[in-house]
Design a protein around this ligand. Structure first.
Ligand SMILES: O=P(O)(O)OP(=O)(O)OP(=O)(O)OC[C@H]1O[C@@H](n2cnc3c(O)ncnc32)[C@H](O)[C@@H]1O
Ligand SMILES: [Mg+2]
Length: 207
């Protein structure tokens, strides 16, 4: 049986500000008091897993044992059909690390361009379908964990459009829409995204 999460402190085991913002918004109705791994000064563990599940568990366990509270991690990425599912688990790694004003960040425009370049090599009729995947892992300090997986299908557009969201949002158009994730209202993204899909399963399981 799935373990239930008691109301109280929860660590969001992510160092990605965009994700932390979205997870905070999704948690808001549930009487949870979230604090991010970054706010607590917890180190960013090396993501050595070969699957979203392995990386999500690794991040959740690292924060739960360091903080002594339950911790929720999100490992996510973009699977592009014509690229046989790449970049997948390596979605963040396709963006080079950049340091500006002392803050680590990644060059998302470069990463989106790399995906687009590989699609362009396959000619104008290339299959542009893609899916965002989100795996949420909730771990407790005693080592117990629960995992929930979500998915959102769509296609990739070029050039990037929109200023909302984060990461690859400016090139991802969800099924049934013509706007990218970076052009739609955050509330609407929360209703249809891969993260929302995984979160709905988490709510059903642990709340
Ligand atoms: O591991 P943490 O600290 O949570 O942050 P991260 O950015 O390294 O996150 P991942 O390892 O899960 O890498 C997933 C990447 O996939 C991209 N991604 C995931 N969800 C996304 C979303 O909703 N919109 C746009 N890009 C997204 C984004 O670029 C992420 O950096
Ligand atoms: Mg990461």
């Amino acid at each position: 049986m799935t373990r239930k999460l008691a109301p109280g402190k929860l660590v969001i085991a992510s160092h990605n500000a965009g994700k932390v913002r979205e997870i905070r918004a999704l948690l808001e109705p549930f009487g949870i008091d979230p604090v991010s791994a970054g706010d607590l000064g917890l180190p960013e563990p090396e993501e050595t897993g070969k699957t979203f599940r392995e990386n999500a568990l690794l991040k959740a366990h690292a924060s739960a044992s360091a903080a002594g509270w339950p911790a929720l991690a999100d490992d996510s990425g973009l699977e592009v059909a014509a690229l046989h599912g790449r970049p997948g688990v390596y979605t963040a790694d396709w963006a080079e690390r950049q340091w500006f004003e002392g803050n680590p960040g990644r060059d998302w425009y470069m990463a989106m361009g790399k995906v687009e370049g590989l699609l362009a090599e396959q000619g104008p009729d290339v299959d542009r379908s893609a899916a965002f995947i989100c795996t949420l892992a909730l771990a407790w300090p005693d080592g117990h964990a629960e995992v929930f997986e979500g998915r959102a299908a769509g296609h990739l557009d070029w050039p990037p459009r929109g200023k909302l969201g984060f990461g690859y949002d400016p090139v991802f158009v969800p099924v049934g829409k013509s706007l990218t994730y970076a052009e739609i209202d955050p509330g609407e993204k929360h209703a249809i995204s891969h993260r929302a899909d995984a979160f709905a399963k988490l709510v059903e399981g642990v709340f």
